[in-house]
Ligand binder design. Structure first.
Ligand code: ADP
Length: 381
């Protein structure tokens, strides 16, 4: 492996905040990005050599990425695995993770079936294609339960809790299209592990705890506030999951920790993930650097945690779509323990992910209370 200029180029399908943080991590490594995104001046465009404007599944756009880049990857699951496979074949530019892995993960039902077959612990689930089927399944599985769109859901969109038989029709109508239903997991905490697959080596980052409200990730805290045994088990499950994934890169693995200590898989993202943003300040190697090292076949970096770290997303807190202006920033910038990450989105709407803040502290609880205090002083209103 050599480093040279001009740098190794990674073509990335998607140019949102994940692409932006990939670009920030790439430059010291001698890796630069070429991103594709339908939105002109997307968040990653500022840190990329160039942006190709086009839909995530547009063949011509992805072919241009393939022709101009040394490696291809994606930061959004809306990339099209068939298009990626065709472009890989045509241009010879390797795609990581493999398009077949993306295809497996895109459909939550297929994903769960495959992982269950591989012996990974998952919540009880069933496919449901109609309200009548949902009713029949829940006679067995019982209430409450989680109904999920098989494809296209994110940040809680495409996920509905079904509390009682009276909710059946409305819940099914809200999902639109093929769905799966899952037992409602009575968890103590949600955990996440970033797994990484390099060239002949794998590794996992330390376990983080994720705090969701209304199915949207709000905060993370690392180390997770659970015992060492459970953290070990969670990393073990992540290692087993990596064996099912093909292709290099980082994988965001979302888990439930049940009251009895059992770890269950919620879902996998074949890319850097919000639950791993804390690694930028918290670990020797960030998930973004790790992803680029992996995709380009460089050796993986050390995943050890440097310090306890807490993170809060900066979500839109406005009623209607408007220009994005964040106020209260000076207090955040004056805090010595805090790092601010702004994603560069022009407009804010309610609950849109606009940025995040991270604090490091010897004590994880202190890190969390500090990050919360600063976040509460920031607003788009
Ligand atoms: P998305 O793809 O929108 O992130 P997820 O399937 O990860 O959807 O669900 C989002 C959140 O909903 C989870 O982080 C968790 O808080 C809650 N959730 C999902 N599935 C279950 C379940 N089976 N039991 C309890 N809570 C769940």
């Amino acid at each position: 492996m050599t480093i040279q200029s001009p740098a190794t180029t990674v073509g990335v399908v998607g140019g949102g905040q994940l692409g932006r943080m990939l670009g920030e991590a790439g430059s010291p490594l001698g890796v630069e990005l070429l991103v594709s995104d339908p939105t002109p001046e997307c968040p990653a465009s500022l840190v990329a050599r160039d942006q190709v404007e086009g839909a995530f599944d547009d063949e011509e756009t992805i072919r241009e990425l393939g022709e101009r880049a040394d490696y291809l990857t994606f930061e959004i699951e809306l990339a099209d695995p068939d298009v990626l496979e065709a472009v890989e074949e045509e241009t010879g530019t390797p795609v990581h993770p493999k398009p077949e892995t993306l295809e497996l993960i895109q459909d939550k039902l297929v994903q769960k079936r495959r992982l269950q077959a591989a012996g990974i612990p998952v919540p009880a689930f069933e496919a449901v294609d109609s309200a009548a089927e949902l009713r029949a399944v829940l006679d067995e599985l019982d209430y409450p339960a989680m109904l999920k769109a098989r494809e296209g859901g994110y940040d809680g969109r495409g996920t509905v809790a079904v509390e009682s038989p009276d909710d059946i029709e409305e819940s099914f109508a809200a999902i639109e299209g093929p769905a799966m239903v899952e037992e409602f997991v009575d968890y103590d905490r949600e955990l996440a592990v970033m797994g990484c697959q390099g060239d002949g080596e794998t590794d996992t980052f330390p376990v983080t705890e994720t705090i969701h409200r209304e199915e949207i990730l709000r905060e993370t805290i690392s180390p997770a506030r659970t015992d060492e045994q459970t953290r070990k088990r969670a990393r073990g499950v992540a290692e087993d999951i990596l064996e099912v994934m093909s292709g290099r890169g980082v994988y965001g693995i979302e888990l439930f920790e049940r009251a009895d200590g059992e770890i269950l898989l919620n879902e996998i993202a074949p890319r850097p993930h919000n639950s791993g943003h804390w690694t930028i300040e918290g670990c020797h190697t960030s998930q973004f650097e790790q992803h680029l090292r992996a995709v380009t076949g460089r050796p993986l970096g050390a995943t050890e945690r440097r310090d306890p770290t807490a993170l809060s997303n900066l979500l839109g807190d406005v009623e209607k779509r408007q220009d994005a202006v964040l106020s209260g920033v000076n207090a955040a910038l004056r805090n010595d323990a805090l790092s601010l990450h702004w994603y560069g989105k022009r407009e804010v709407y309610n609950l849109r992910k606009m940025g995040h803040i991270t604090t490091v502290d010897d004590d994880p609880e202190d890190a969390l209370s500090q990050v919360r205090a600063v976040r509460d002083g920031l607003t788009f209103r």
